[in-house]
Design a protein around this ligand. Structure first.
Ligand code: UT7
Length: 335
């Protein structure tokens, strides 16, 4: 039976380290407020004026993952690129990454899905691999959000949270009778909440894609109804965990490590308490990276691998919720 195995990981963040104190100089906020409400202590942003795009952040993570896998980029059957902050509006970032990697004959698939982009990416890769359509896939989650934010007091709720970074994994088809690799995945969406976290522009829905009114109304910057998203997260993440465990015929004790999306430390703490998960079994790094949207989970996985915090046969659960509303999770067992 074909199984999808994560052969290697890589991560990259830009070198501008932005502390809460530095954020406080840009808008009315404080280290105390940010730490208490979000858990974030610092984040990384691309330097102003640097000529880079999201695909360049992805490239740095991808070459680490490819080298660790011992793969040449031309060996790939597919590149899957998850981001909600592409280099340009058209085309998607996948082709920029493909070009920089020199992966001339490799198709590049872009996906959005915001905070659950990496989870959607894992499911897509698993379907490609199980069907025999692909043997070697590069999946990246990358975001360049600092230039997408309005760094003002009025928008301080999003301005202190979102950050830049990239995580990449090489996924390989392995023939085995063991229950390893991607065990199962569940994805959900509820467009009823699409207004809770959105950026209205550029759009085609009403009027011109970009107009002076749109810019005056700041519709090109993300808007977030944080309280609504927060409440949905603390309800739906435990629910989908139950669904995943049932589908995989597992108990919560069978999960060695929970690797949740990093949107807010309070969300992950509430989730942990509700599910009665011991602290050592959940990995958080939002304190150091902020919320890097599609990149949070692969960055966390790469750190866990680097710190040898996962061992063979361990089972992990990736889980997340974000704009859309979309939410879901993946159960994965190491070889
Ligand atoms: O990954 C994408 C999915 N997104 C999420 O999961 C986000 C979920 N939501 C959250 O993380 C939280 O709702 C936030 C961190 C965004 C906001 O925390 P909150 O506890 O819900 O605060 P709030 O929005 O209710 O704001 C409380 C107060 C307000 O002031 P008043 O009206 O009480 O005077 C805000 O203006 O805190 C103020 N505030 C800030 N103060 C200092 C909001 N942002 C800031 C800030 N610094 N950065």
């Amino acid at each position: 039976m074909k199984r999808s195995i994560i052969k290697s990981t890589g991560r990259y963040v830009p070198d501008k380290h932005v502390t809460n104190e530095a954020s406080s100089e840009l808008m009315q906020t404080s280290n105390e407020w940010i730490v208490q409400r979000t858990g974030i202590e610092s984040r990384y942003w691309v330097r102003e004026g640097d000529d880079v795009g999201t695909s360049d952040l992805a490239y740095e993570a991808a070459i680490i993952a490819l080298e660790r896998a011992g793969w040449n980029s031309e060996d790939l059957d597919l590149i899957v690129f998850a981001t909600m902050t592409p280099d340009v509006n058209l085309p998607g970032s996948g082709v920029f990454l493909q070009n920089r990697l020199g992966a001339k004959k490799v198709p590049a698939l872009d996906i959005r899905q915001q905070c659950t982009g990496f989870l959607h990416g894992l499911e897509i890769c698993d379907v490609y691999i199980r069907s025999g359509k692909a043997q070697k896939i590069l999946l990246v989650g990358a975001e360049f959000q600092s230039r997408y934010l309005e760094i003002t007091t009025e928008n301080r709720d999003t301005a202190v949270i979102f950050a830049d970074g990239a995580g990449a994994v090489c996924i390989e088809a392995v023939e085995t009778n063991n229950n390893v690799g991607i065990i199962t995945s569940i994805l959900h969406a509820n467009g009823k909440y699409s207004g809770a976290l959105r950026a209205g522009m550029p759009a085609r829905k009403s009027g011109k894609a970009i107009s002076p009114t749109v810019i005056k109304n700041q519709e090109h910057f993300p808007y977030m109804d944080g309280k609504t998203v927060f409440k949905l997260a603390v309800t739906l993440l435990p629910k989908v965990t139950g669904e995943l465990l049932e589908k995989a015929n597992m108990n919560i004790e069978d999960i060695n490590m929970f690797i949740p999306h990093q949107a807010n430390l309070r969300i992950n703490e509430a989730f942990r308490e509700r599910m009665n998960i011991p602290e050592r079994k959940i990995y958080n790094n939002i304190q150091r990276y902020g919320n890097t949207t599609a990149a949070t989970i692969p960055i966390a996985l790469d750190e866990l691998m680097e710190k040898n915090m996962l061992k063979p046969k361990d089972t992990v659960m990736f889980i997340g919720l974000g704009a859309g509303l979309t939410w879901g999770g993946v159960i994965y067992t190491l070889q």
